[in-house]
Design a binder for this molecule. Sequence first.
Ligand SMILES: Cc1cc2nc3c(=O)[nH]c(=O)nc-3n(C[C@H](O)[C@H](O)[C@H](O)COP(=O)(O)OP(=O)(O)OC[C@H]3O[C@@H](n4cnc5c(N)ncnc54)[C@H](O)[C@@H]3O)c2cc1C
Length: 458
Amino acid sequence: MLNEAAIAAFRASLRGDLIEAGDASYDAARKVYNAMIDRRPRLIACCADVADVMTAVNFGREHKLVLAIRGGGHNGGGLGVCYDGLVIDLSSINYVRVDPKKKTALVGGGALWRHVDHATHAFGLAVPSGIISTTGVAGLTLGGGIGYLTRRHGLTIDNLLAVEMVLADGRFVTASAKENADLFWAVRGGGGNFGVVTSFLFQAQPVHTVYGGPMLWPMEDAAEIMRWYRSFIAKAPNDVYGFFAFLAVPPGPPFPEHLYNRKMCGIVWCYTGPLKKAEKVFRPIRKFKAPALDMAGPIPHPVLQSLHDGVYPPGLQWYWKADYVRTLPDEAIALHLRYAAKLPSLHSTMHLYPINGAAGRVKNGATPWSYRDATWAEVIVGVDPDPANKEKVAAWAKEYWSALHPYSAGGAYINFMMEEGQQRIRATYGKNYDRLAKIKKRYDPANLFRVNQNIKPH
Ligand SMILES: Cc1cc2nc3c(=O)[nH]c(=O)nc-3n(C[C@H](O)[C@H](O)[C@H](O)COP(=O)(O)OP(=O)(O)OC[C@H]3O[C@@H](n4cnc5c(N)ncnc54)[C@H](O)[C@@H]3O)c2cc1C
């Protein structure tokens, strides 16, 4: 039974804090990135080290508590926090140790990508991640990891060498290609289903200053740009990355005043080839249709990574829906234009992230990530600062997604899903689902770790 004495003993055995409802820090500690999520856990264990994580897992299991694992707290569906149970918060375990000789980065299970970018950049290195630097390393990596370096260096999981983790029975293990290989396969896309990852060992890549940033065009040109982009990105060399977006221009510097609040389409670039060749690479793109705003140029990788952080601070209302996409026929483009014209707020957007190139060279069964043959991960994002608008932005995202879904590949990037149920999870893992379920049964037969896109043990 969970009584005061048990809680007091738990608190005494932790190096980090144990937070309960009523504590001054409770509301700040239970808050996650998406302000639509409002969950009140019974306890929050702010783990300081691996010993704390082991203690917390054992305590949660012995007291039959629902367990949530919090890395960066960025998950759209709020999977880093739970109702009533115990949150295992890793945010203090955020060290990054770079080995410049081996070009590796050892990263704590609660680090954010900005911590990694900061530490690796000093050595002229980067770990492939996403496009917003406040995202947690753990959740992003365990779900796959797509971003600016995907076409050049693969998904984040393709750069993962090993993890250390605490299993449901409290054991601390390493998983790598050599040790617990089944577990290592499962964590490269299977999410937080298999245990609490306390460290990630990544292969870093030689990336320092890239050529990147947004180019924007008026909505009137969007059909033409999209048609051009679909054939361009299918054949582009792997060192050219560009995600397509519908957006409204933020009303403030560095944007020119005449574009404030204007709905536009754009491509955000990241070229990782030799900088002296960049102008030549981008010349045909600029020539095809001169952008109304062209902000692409040489930029340090961590700056590109954090370019959108200011537009998307924590505390906004988020609702998003996603799909993998193989092709973009003209009919799909027409539907995109219809919903882009109705962007319901300044922060709402639609992104098509390329996942071909280096990521597409890996076989579907090599990791749980089952859509290596898709061209894009599409995400339709309804966002607004005002809670009064949350239904409006969610309705737009749902309607937009439903219209485009028939043109999708079936599943969706697990990290862009909210609560969508077992069928969607199965569709996303495809043939890899059964293998994941067997590994889940081996390492977490009672499904202790179920506050996630859950894989049922069988
Ligand atoms: C603004 C924004 C931008 C994003 N951009 C990208 C992007 O460019 N590319 C991309 O791939 N994704 C992106 N994402 C999606 C992101 O990958 C997911 O939201 C991811 O879940 C965030 O990880 P987190 O650690 O911050 O999340 P949390 O909310 O802390 O956790 C999410 C899930 O991961 C599990 N988890 C967390 N930490 C651990 C751990 N240490 N051990 C085991 N399980 C753990 C939890 O159980 C939970 O199920 C973005 C999300 C947002 C909100």
